[in-house]
Structure formats: structure tokens, C-alpha cells
Design a protein around this ligand. Structure first.
Ligand code: ATP
Length: 252
């Protein structure tokens, strides 16, 4: 379980621009659950993801994974248990490196178990097998530079890379927002499959209400740094598009 207790994050303390981005959030994400996080711009969603990912530290509160505080873990230790996919497909991978080398880098960064394998044929075969599960025909293009691929292909590969090692938590920060509708759907379906197959604890931030309703086992809305709505799977399944639209003032 990922357990957030009384997490608060204030930016620009003491200045005119002071803002409480996350305000006393207590949230438990069960192992293997898939939570969708919605909220207006500036409601604190990215800050919450940044806190879990360890990019920033909370002013107060604890973030525990399997009962262990993870906030102050060094980068390499945290990336063994928490992975993140960003909105921009260019962020997750190195454009000038081949697909295979990107997988090598991702694997080596996360786990020493790949130290030897990373260089040999077994590793290439493992990557080829994994990539073929995407059904995009990219397994025959492992020597191609990442930069020659489409945004959707890059996001799909980034998702695969994040779970090359045994991470527990997957943070999806609007992973489909920069993609055309078809690629977006494809990437979201791949994410869904990867989350289920690997029993990941996943947290998806999205502005797409269709996605928010289609995916996940729980739906949370943030407003002004707080959780203001929290629907379990049953309650979520009874929601319609118009219900969620009505949560956002600017549509009224
Ligand atoms: N590094 C920072 N320095 C100062 N203020 C920040 C910083 N990061 C976020 N904020 C502020 O914290 C608040 C929450 O921002 P955050 O990016 O978490 O919202 P969000 O819900 O992810 O928004 P969006 O949907 O636009 O991505 C906003 O008022 C934002 O301006």
C-alpha cells in the first residue's frame, strides 16, 4: 500500500506569491489499485505526483510504501519502486539512442540485476519479446534511434521500460495528452494492460473525462490542494460524463 499521511506542500513561503499546492492530504492507495486523479488547473495534481516521485519534499507528513518512508530515499532507490511517465513523450527517453540502448539505460538505472545481461543477447531477446507484446512491429526496429518514432510509439516504449524491473508504483502524468486520439487510446490501453499484468499501484492524472471514466478502479478530484471527491470502483462506474463535467466550475 502507498500511504500518504497529512501531506502539505507550500511554495514561496512568506512571499506574496505563497501558495499551498497540497493541503493536508491523507490518502491510501491499495496495492494493485488504479486511481485516476482529476482537478482544475492548479489544483495540486502534479505537485502530489512530484511529492510521491520524490522530485520535491513535503513540508509535513509521510509517504510510506509497504510501511517504509520513501520521501528521502536516494534517487536510484526510489526509482526501483516508483516509475513515472510524463505528458511529453520526449521526456522519458533519449532521442539519439536506439530503442535497445534506451531499454539498457532504463534497466541499468533501476536495477543491478541487468548489469551483465544489459550487454548480451539474452537482454536483446527479452526486450524484443516485451516490445512485440505492444503489437506495433517495433521489435524489428530495436536498432533505430528513439527520435525517429512517433509520440505514441515512444510513450508505449516508455511504459514498457518503466516496468522492466519490479516497480510497485506507476505515476502517469497525462501520458496521452500530447497524442492524437487514436494513439492516445492505444497508449492508455497499453498502460491499462501493463498495470493489470504487473499488479501495479497506479495513479493517473488526466484532464480527459472519457479516460477518467474508462480507466481505473477509483476516481479522485482535487481542488485547491485538497481531495474533494473520492469514488470507489462501484460509485465510479455509476458516473456519467456530465456528472464529472459538472464538477468543474468553468463548464457551468
Ligand atoms: N515549483 C513551484 N513553485 C511555485 N509554485 C508552484 C510550483 N509548482 C506548483 N506551484 C503552484 O502550486 C499550485 C498547484 O500546481 P500544480 O501544478 O500541482 O497543479 P495541477 O493540478 O497539476 O495543474 P495543471 O492541471 O495545470 O497541471 C499552483 O498554484 C501552482 O502555481
Amino acid at each position: 500500500m502507498l500511504d500518504l499521511q497529512h501531506i502539505t506542500k507550500v511554495f514561496n513561503v512568506g512571499k506574496a506569491t505563497e501558495v499551498t499546492a497540497v493541503q493536508d492530504i491523507t490518502l491510501q492507495l491499495n496495492a494493485g489499485s488504479y486511481t485516476v486523479l482529476v482537478g482544475a488547473n492548479g489544483s495540486g495534481k502534479s505537485t502530489l505526483l512530484n511529492l510521491i516521485a520524490g522530485n520535491i519534499y513535503a513540508d509535513t507528513g509521510s509517504i510510506r510504501l509497504h510501511n517504509k518512508e520513501i520521501q528521502r530515499l536516494p534517487d536510484y532507490r526510489r526509482s526501483q519502486c516508483v516509475a513515472r511517465v510524463f505528458q511529453n513523450p520526449l521526456l522519458g527517453t533519449a532521442a539519439s539512442l536506439t530503442i535497445l540502448d534506451n531499454f539498457r539505460m532504463a534497466a541499468l538505472r533501476r536495477s543491478r540485476k541487468w548489469m551483465k545481461l544489459g550487454m548480451d543477447r539474452t537482454f536483446t531477446q527479452i526486450v524484443r519479446d516485451k516490445v512485440s507484446t505492444l503489437g506495433m512491429g517495433l521489435e524489428d526496429k530495436l536498432a533505430q534511434p528513439m527520435g525517429t518514432l512517433s509520440g505514441g510509439q515512444r510513450q508505449a516504449l516508455t511504459l514498457l521500460m518503466t516496468v522492466m524491473t519490479d516497480v510497485d508504483v506507476l505515476l502517469l502524468d497525462e501520458p496521452s495528452a500530447a497524442l492524437d486520439p487514436r494513439s492516445a487510446r492505444e497508449v492508455m490501453e497499453i498502460a491499462d494492460r501493463i498495470i493489470q499484468e504487473n499488479k501495479l499501484t497506479a495513479l493517473l492524472v488526466t484532464h480527459n473525462i472519457g479516460e477518467a471514466l474508462r480507466y481505473g478502479t477509483r476516481l479522485i478530484q482535487m481542488e485547491s490542494g485538497r481531495v474533494v471527491r473520492d469514488y470507489n470502483q462501484q460509485a465510479k462506474s455509476e458516473l456519467g460524463h456530465a456528472d464529472v463535467v459538472s464538477w468543474f466550475d468553468y463548464y457551468e
